[in-house]
Design a protein around this ligand. Structure first.
Ligand code: SAH
Length: 350
C-alpha cells in the first residue's frame, strides 16, 4: 500500500491546521521545482517535507507524432511499473491531456490493447495528478512548443477503468479542480459502465460533477457482450434507468452524458445497430454519441469503412441524435484510443 503525499504529511505533522496541506498542494502546481522552493511554507517544515515525493512519475520515453500534434509519454511509477499518458493539440489551439487511472486494466475489452495487459494495480491520487504536473512542466520547458501553450482539457481515457479506482480518481479530479484553472466541463471521466459506482455518483456529495462518458459500443445486448466481456444480460436496461436518474438530478443545458461508440466493421456498425442506438439514446434524453473510428490493436477487428461511419452518423442524425466523430490522433505513435499498452518483457510502448 502506497501512502499518498497527504497521508505522509499528516503522519509527519499530525497537528497542523487543514489549510497547511492546501498550501503545500498549491505549491505542487506552482513554478516551484522542489520542496525547498515552496516559499509560502516555513523553512523547518520544508526541510522535513523532503522525505515526501515531489514527483511520483518519472519520464522514460517521449514519442511525438509526425505532425507534432500528439505527444505520448511512457512514465515509470513506483520504481518499476509503467503507464502511458498523452498530450494532444485540440481544435481550440490548446492541449488536451489523456491520463491513465490504472497500471493495465481488468476489463478485457476485445478491441483495446490495454485490456490485453491485465491489471497490475490502481494508481494513487498522486500518480494521477502528477501526470498533469508532468505535462505542465513539459509544456513550460519544451523548446519546440509555444511558451503560451496550456492544458485546457483532461480526459480520463488512458490506461485503466477509472471507476474501478473510484476514490483515487475522485480525489484527483477534486485536486485538479482546486489547483488548476480547469472547470468541471473541461474534465471527462470515461467508464466502461461500472454500475455500482455509477449509482454511488448519484448520492456521493464529494463526487465532482464533471463530464461522464460511458463506453456503450452497442445498444444490442449480444453485440455488447461480445466486445465488452464485463457486460451482462440486463446491463442495457440498467444503464438506461441509471442514465435517466443521473440526467434528472444533474442534467442541464451544459451538462449531458456522452456515449462512446467504437466503430467495428460488421460487428456494431449495421443499420440495425444504428437504429438500436438511436432508440436507446432517445429513450434517455440529453445524451451525445461520440463515434470513435477503431484504432488497430490486433487482428480480431477492423475499423468500419469511412462510408459506413458516415451512414451510421446520418442514421443517428435522422433520428435526432446528436453525434460526432472523434478525430484520430497519434496513431503513428500508437497513442490513439485503445492503443496504450506497456509490454512487460520488452518494456516498450505501443
Ligand atoms: N476504461 C475506460 C477508458 C478507456 S479508453 C472506458 O472503458 O471508457 C477511452 C475510450 O477508447 C473508450 O471508449 C474505449 O472503449 C475506447 N477504445 C479502446 N480501444 C480502442 C481502439 N482500439 N480504438 C478506438 N477506441 C478504443
Amino acid at each position: 500500500m502506497i501512502l499518498s503525499r497527504r497521508a505522509q504529511f499528516e503522519t509527519l505533522f499530525p497537528d497542523e491546521p487543514a489549510f497547511r496541506w492546501k498550501q503545500i498542494e498549491a505549491g505542487l502546481f506552482s513554478d516551484a521545482q522542489n520542496w525547498s522552493q515552496l516559499s509560502t511554507i516555513p523553512k523547518s517544515m520544508r526541510d522535513r517535507l523532503a522525505s515526501l515525493p515531489w514527483m511520483t512519475v518519472a519520464l522514460e520515453q517521449i514519442q511525438i507524432s509526425m505532425n507534432g500534434d500528439t505527444h505520448k509519454a511512457l512514465l515509470k511509477v513506483d520504481g518499476d511499473k509503467e503507464i502511458e499518458t498523452v498530450l494532444m493539440k485540440n481544435p481550440r489551439g490548446a492541449w488536451t491531456i489523456c491520463v491513465s487511472s490504472q497500471v493495465g486494466c481488468a476489463m478485457r475489452c476485445g478491441f483495446c490493447a490495454t485490456g490485453k495487459m491485465g491489471l497490475t494495480r490502481s494508481l494513487t491520487v498522486d500518480e494521477i495528478v502528477d501526470q498533469y504536473r508532468f505535462w505542465m512542466n513539459y509544456l513550460s520547458t519544451s523548446s519546440t512548443l509555444s511558451t503560451s501553450a496550456r492544458i485546457s482539457n483532461i480526459v480520463y481515457m488512458g490506461m485503466g477503468e477509472p471507476l474501478a479506482n473510484y476514490e483515487e480518481v475522485k480525489n484527483s479530479v477534486n485536486t485538479l479542480l482546486a489547483h488548476t484553472d480547469l472547470g468541471k466541463t473541461r474534465i471527462t471521466v470515461s467508464t466502461v459502465g461500472v454500475l455500482p459506482r455509477l449509482e454511488q455518483i448519484l448520492t456521493d456529495k464529494d463526487w465532482p460533477h464533471i463530464r461522464l462518458a460511458v463506453s456503450l459500443h452497442s445498444a444490442i445486448a449480444a453485440t455488447r457482450k461480445h466486445i465488452v466481456p464485463t457486460s451482462y444480460d440486463d446491463f442495457l436496461p440498467k444503464l438506461e434507468d441509471w442514465a435517466k436518474r443521473y440526467l434528472e438530478l444533474f442534467g442541464n443545458r451544459r451538462h449531458h452524458l456522452t456515449f462512446e461508440y467504437v466503430m467495428l466493421k460488421d460487428v456494431n456498425d449495421t443499420p440495425a445497430h444504428a437504429k438500436a442506438l438511436a432508440d436507446f439514446v432517445n429513450r434517455i434524453g440529453h445524451v451525445r454519441v461520440n463515434l470513435i473510428p477503431y484504432n488497430l490493436t490486433g487482428v480480431e477487428f477492423e475499423c468500419s469503412e469511412d462510408a459506413t461511419i458516415k451512414q451510421f452518423l446520418a442514421a443517428l442524425e435522422d433520428r435526432n441524435v446528436t453525434a460526432t466523430r472523434r478525430r484520430t490522433m497519434g496513431s503513428d505513435i500508437a497513442a490513439a484510443c485503445g492503443q496504450l499498452i506497456v509490454l512487460t518483457n520488452s518494456g516498450k510502448a505501443g
